[in-house]
Write a new protein. Sequence first.
Length: 95
Amino acid sequence: MFKKIILLVFLLFITIVDSRWGHYGRTGYSNSGYKTYRHNGKTNYVHRLVATKAYGKIPKGHEVHHKNRIKTDNRPQNLQVVSKAQHMAIHTKGL
């Protein structure tokens, strides 16, 4: 329950401070339409953070897929960690 509240707060507000996650700075959007945030001077994707917090470390060569194809819908239940090949197949076949 606590994780869901923190994720919701993170997605709704510009910044978040959590003793377990540290401070995440300003949010924005990438040129491709994904929500981003700044951390330690680096721009990162919100969907990768949410997937990591919800499902654990994302393995090398894997990507995070938005099941409903809405790039800004970063709810854990909408995210799926898949291999790069699986991700390409999903988008190629229109599944």
